[in-house]
Design a protein around this ligand. Structure first.
Ligand code: DGJ
Length: 729
């Protein structure tokens, strides 16, 4: 413990002691990026190279002079003596392979009470090429948003081969990387490993919905594995839904270089004179309260800046996907709408299968692209469903997958050239579909118009589920010229952003769920346009505990849609109690994905009450600070809690993942409470059969007691769960 505390302050001072050979003098210019509790210090050496010298707890202005120069290049370019992985590599108009960047200037503007923008301009020593390192510093949340802008005025085009958003460098005795990986129905698993000399790369080359196998998020434990509540941890995530890459290189001097940005793989970019190439941003922060500190900083930031309308509560909903799949008609949907309203849901969400006439969408083989209402299933159009929802006083949402096209569609018959595919190759479908080429402005207009027509003709639509069920293979664009094909990955993403931006300008109030056959797409580049995310198609409550555990390290529960579904679960075949399924879904944004008419009257009644209870506690889940108490990766009991910022209310979730015949008595040491306040404990979503905490119900304890002595109760059965609230007087 002592060792960790000592290192908290000293991680990056180490840099200096190791590299005293660097030429320096007292007048070396310093550029400091500050947030309320952290400082990131750069210094310009005597040769005008800018070096990263410190990132850690806030440094007093007068003490900055004491920070020593390091050899850690702020943005290393391929060329001169740099032999590690470069942040930047370009081939100049005359064929020169090297770049030498020298410091030109730095300026900081105060954008508002919370945000400063610092721009550090570098320029090649010979060529008319400038690279600007940009930093938005969010004061209260301690988040830094860093990106890079490249522009040149060489005589002809230059080609960019490496163009990271940032390079963070540090020196410590050991580095521990946690990365997030998975696959369909098993997203956001976490794995920690010690970094050794060489490069560890986590990346995605998938182009679109790029998070299927890995997420552009990392946690870095400094001087030891990352702990939950103590120790220095750096956390970062890339705001970009396209192909991405993060490289962690430990060099022979044991410095760590973290390079993050667009994946340069098959993606070299030809840059015209005066065109500005702007990379996406890496968002990062440093915590001295372990991983928990990283999470809370990101969540608070996200609610203000990261996701759409992050200051507003989210609705509960019933989705008909697992209830009917493609097999429904107006009568069935009206019955579900009625039942959903009866149970107290805020919204009914109509999923896939409602469109296509020449090629009806009766399964996943046809119809994508033809967004007209299927006349056979819904002869009275959406209007009749919207009116029914209105009558039942429930809002209405609808599924779309506007970036995709089935070859079996009228759209494909008209515009086969709009699909991404390589020339002279057979088309390579996945889930029987291809991806529309959003690098093409005509396709962008088409996708925008699809959404615009749907929302204008049906003003009652309050919610969209925006799906995206495949990644790119066989890449090729019939719009981009032959010598710009490698731009596809970047231009697609820019095209997507252009459509989303246009949509949001007109439709600010429609709630939109970001869905990609589960968690194939979740990032802070896309989320400013979206209110919610469907992180996995796997609704099994046990698996969801792990998936949601990983996801909420960076993305807040307020947008994390989590649905109660039937047992045995359609994907895992596992059966868990209804209370357990609710208690897992209630720890995020509660929804349901089943046919209500198949529930027993008791189950319906339980659900009705649970939904009512969720509505009473959702402000704590959606706006509270998350504290993780017991990790499902380490214990048979998993537990976490949310605490409102004023510490008046907290909500604790505890799940038993495996049967314990003699009882599991792991203590829940609560966190984040006000030590001097008195809290009353109240169970939430009680089982009709028994309570594990009846002796604590209604009891009063100080915050100090709940945090030091903890809350003690036994749990026995596999998939048993206890949720309770602590309310201050
Ligand atoms: C994948 C989504 O994740 C599911 O929830 C559902 O919407 C299907 N697509 C529909 O095709």
């Amino acid at each position: 413990m002592m060792r960790r505390i000592r290192t908290i302050y000293s991680v990056l001072f180490w840099v200096a002691t190791v590299h005293l050979a660097i030429a320096q003098n007292a007048n070396n210019k310093a550029v400091v990026i500050r947030t309320a509790n952290t400082s990131l210090v750069y210094k310009v050496d005597n040769d005008q190279v800018i070096r990263q010298c410190y990132y850690g707890k806030a440094i007093n202005e007068n003490d900055v002079a004491g920070i020593q120069l390091t050899s850690l290049d702020a943005y290393p370019a391929y060329g001169k003596a740099y032999v590690n992985e470069p942040a930047f590599r370009a081939v100049h108009a005359d064929g020169n392979l090297t770049t030498e960047l020298a410091y030109v200037s730095a300026e900081t503007q105060v954008q508002d009470k919370n945000i400063t923008l610092t721009r550090i301009r570098l320029r090649d020593r010979h060529y008319n090429l400038s690279v600007t390192l940009c930093f938005k510093a969010y004061q209260q949340q301690d988040i830094i948003e860093q990106w890079t802008e490249v522009v040149h005025e060489e005589k002809k085009d230059i080609t960019l081969f490496n163009f990271t958003s940032s390079q963070l460098a540090l020196r410590a005795s050991s580095y521990w990387l946690t990365s997030f990986y998975g696959n369909w129905a098993s997203e956001m698993n976490m794995k920690e490993e010690q970094l050794t000399e060489g490069i560890k790369t986590i990346d995605s080359k998938l182009g679109v919905r790029t998070n299927q196998f890995a997420h552009a998020c990392f946690l870095l434990g400094v001087e030891g594995p990352a702990e939950e509540n103590s120790g220095t941890v750096i956390g970062g995530t890339l705001a970009w839904p396209g192909s991405w890459s993060m490289e962690f290189e430990v060099d022979p001097l044991k410095n760590l270089h973290i390079l993050a940005g667009i994946n340069p793989y098959a993606s070299h970019y030809v840059l015209k004179p005066k065109e500005i190439f702007k990379t996406p941003a890496l968002l990062y922060t440093i915590s001295h309260e372990g991983k928990g500190g990283i999470t809370r900083k990101f969540h608070t930031w996200s609610r203000t800046y990261g996701i759409h309308k992050g200051d507003q509560p989210r609705m509960t909903l019933l989705n008909n996907w697992e209830a009917t799949y493609f097999d429904f008609d107006e009568k069935v949907l009206k019955q579900i709408i009625g039942d959903a309203a009866g149970m107290g849901f805020d919204l009914f969400l109509l999923d896939d299968g409602w469109f296509g006439n020449k090629y009806p969408r009766n399964d996943d083989r046809a119809g994508l692209g033809d967004w007209d209402v299927n006349k056979k299933k819904l002869p009275n159009g959406l209007d009749s469903l919207l009116r029914e929802a209105d009558r039942k006083k429930i809002k209405f949402g609808i599924w779309v997958e506007p970036e995709m096209i089935n070859p079996k569609s009228e759209l494909y018959e008209k515009h086969p050239d709009w699909a991404i595919t390589a020339p002279n190759r057979a088309i390579d479908v996945s889930r029987n579909q291809l991806i529309l080429d959003l690098s093409n402005p005509q396709v962008q207009d088409y996708v925008y118009n699809v959404m615009d027509n749907l929302l204008t003709r049906n003003p009652g639509i309050a919610y969209l589920k925006w799906d995206c069920n495949r990644y790119v293979t066989n890449p090729g664009s019939s719009y981009l010229p032959a010598d710009r094909q490698s731009h596809l990955w970047i231009k697609y993403t820019e095209g997507l952003f252009a459509v989303l931006k246009r949509m949001r300008q007109k439709y600010t109030d429609v709630r939109i769920m970001l869905c990609s056959g589960g968690g194939g797409r979740i990032d802070y580049g896309t989320l400013p346009y979206f209110d919610e995310y469907w992180i996995s198609d796997n609704t099994d409550a046990l698996d969801r505990i792990f998936i949601q555990w990983g996801t909420t390290h960076f993305f807040p529960a307020m947008g994390l849609a989590s649905h109660v579904s039937v047992v045995p679960n359609h994907i895992t075949q596992r059966s868990t109690p209804l209370k357990f399924r609710f208690d897992v879904a209630m720890s995020a944004k509660l929804g349901m994905d089943l046919q209500p008419k198949d529930m027993s009257p008791d189950e319906k009644e339980f659900s009705r009450k649970a939904i009512q209870e969720y509505k009473a506690i959702r402000h704590i889940v959606q706006f509270g600070d998350l504290y993780r108490l017991l990790s499902p990766y380490e214990h048979k009991r998993a537990a976490m809690m949310y605490v409102l910022p004023d510490r008046q209310e907290a909500l604790v979730f505890s799940y038993l993942l495996k049967k314990e015949i003699y009882g599991n008595d792991q203590v829940l040491y609560l966190h984040g409470l006000e030590p001097t306040k008195t809290y009353t404990l109240k169970e939430v979503n009680k089982s009709p059969q028994y309570s594990r905490i009846s002796s604590l119900e209604g009891q009063k304890f100080t915050g100090a007691f709940l945090m030091t002595y903890g809350v003690r109760f036994q749990m026995y059965n596999e998939f048993e769960s206890v949720v309770f609230r602590a309310v201050a007087e």
